[in-house]
Design a protein around this ligand. Sequence first.
Ligand code: ASP
Length: 587
Amino acid sequence: MFKTQTCGELRATDDRKIVKLAGWVHRRRDHGGVIFIDLRDRFGITQVVIRSGTPDAAEDVFKVAESLRSEYVAQIEGVVELRPPNMRNPKMETGEIEVGATRIVVLNPARTTPFLIDSDGRDVDENIRLRYRYLDLRRERMQKNLITRHRFIKFIRDYLDARGFLEIETPILFKTTPEGARDYLVPSRIYPGAFYALPQSPQQLKQLLQVAGIERYFQIARCFRDEDQRADRQPEFTQLDMEMSFVDRDDVLQLIEGLLTEFTEKHTSKKLIAKPFPRFSYAEAMEKYGIDKPDIRFGLELFNVTAATRDSQFQVFAGAPVVKGFAAPGCGSYTRKQIDELTDLAKRKGAKGLVTMVHDAQGIRSQGAAAKLGDAEKAAILAAANSKPGDLLLFVADSAKVANETLAELRLEMGHRLKLADDNVMAFCWVIDFPLFEWNEEEKRWDPSHHMFTAPKDEYIPTLESNPGGVLSKQYDLACNGYEVGGGSIRIHRRDIQEIIMRLIGLEMEDARRKFGHLLEAFEYGAPPHGGIAPGIDRLTMLYCDEPNIREVIAFPKNQQAADVMAGAPSPVYDVQLKELHLKIVD
Ligand code: ASP
């Protein structure tokens, strides 16, 4: 063995022990005659001391110590010594001791690294970090993230195993799956012109496992979606994919809630905002927060004064389909410049503009837009806004879609500016009762809001075809701190209903059979009622680790242009490879 202990292990009780350690030179401090080495491995850091001319360090040990540089790999033999009381470091787990080196072996020298390992890396260009990811991952911050991720996944496995779930792997080379994103395709060598698709999720397979009688399935599943990149998206990402038979919505919600509550409370320093997790209907979430993944760490709830301003003298309000807003506490004295910044943000979200008013001691101050409002209107606004003197009222008058999207963004911006969101809180909430369909204006057809296997609520089955837009579904989403961290549904398990849905979303039966015939067929052999969910491991880990994006909790992520800048992927291939795959590149 290269080491008798890890670099995180030695304590005062090990005094005088003879030990061997091995790791990387984290830091070297040369105090002329005394050299200190901080030796690092995955488990911690131990201070090693080499004194020139003392009996426990022959001169050649000192020479080797002098030659050590950052990130050299070294093995050190020596004796554990208590540090003098004034030299103890309570911030270091091994801070009570140091190791007096009697022998140092350089196992491997290292080039000067392109960036410091001894920092959190936040000031280093991300592409450089990703280019040298194997060095970047040596940072304490990144190691902590990987450990948290591992602990979370291990917890999930144990938690579900104890509840009768089976972990089952499903294929990566499969067929297109209907999550609504673009597929990654893999050309077949054996079948010219045919392709596998990488699964956007194991959706169909986990449903087939229910037909197979598994009843409780899960998988830490890799999913592939060819979408434009954002901070919380990657071409491949990991979900806790689950499916259960003979369950209702609340069974699924309770299971996930139990899992996340226990993990958060027992294994992290985060606090839950509420137990049980609050639930909002989709309609309520849109009305109050303008979005279906609300950040409920703070209030700033939206109010709706459309009715009260229908006949307003202020044309911007009177002429708009929807007038909504919220009160920003204590921001009544915002400067022109601050308001212009918010207006720019509103315009970037597609709004024609932003209307602001000040609530002062007399009520709504009569200036600008407010000068055109009648007393009754002002009173109605104040009643709806629930604001206090000194607050700034922000309004967007537009289509419901634009008003909601803009105000949702402004609400987050103000929550951020006013420091209302506590990073130490995991504000989980459920959003339920989604519409089953969304109208696709371009294609002039209904799209499934979730995916086409989601069941309508029972009471809407009779009106599925006569009023598809009014149908609510058995979909549920889990949100946390403004991120969607999971989604699922109770599924359709009857072929006749599945066929109606396919027809409504414009899937010709022919096409449906080609794509999903296996599933439709399976439903004829006794499919149990079933449902599931897929919480996102990357996003949840990101929140548990206080990281700003999911790349920080993935060992080898793609950059924001979907490229692996370390290995250089994607990359061109040889002509022979193309030929074998029956492919030709055309410009
Ligand atoms: N397959 C779905 C998704 O990836 C989750 C589910 O319905 O279970 O969003």
